[in-house]
Design a protein. Structure first.
Length: 73
């Protein structure tokens, strides 16, 4: 009897449904230097459509800044 183990893969979490941007896409843009949601969109050659994602992007940018500040201490 062969038992297969299936890895539990979490579904991609979308930050921007209009442009199909996932959390990992936004995180990569932030790591590459994006300081504003506009920079995140520019990194992916798109624009804000409905702008519902902008608050979440700002939170991700702020969290990243805080993490870097704590690491620098």
């Amino acid at each position: 009897m062969i038992i297969s183990r299936v890895k539990s893969v979490s579904p991609p979490l979308y930050v921007c449904n209009c442009n199909g941007l996932r959390q990992r896409d936004v995180a990569r843009a932030i790591e590459a230097g994006a300081c504003r949601p506009r920079d995140v969109f520019a990194a992916h050659q798109c624009q804000a459509q409905c702008a519902k994602c902008v608050c979440e992007m700002r939170e991700m940018i702020q969290d990243s800044r805080q993490a870097y500040a704590m690491a620098a201490e």
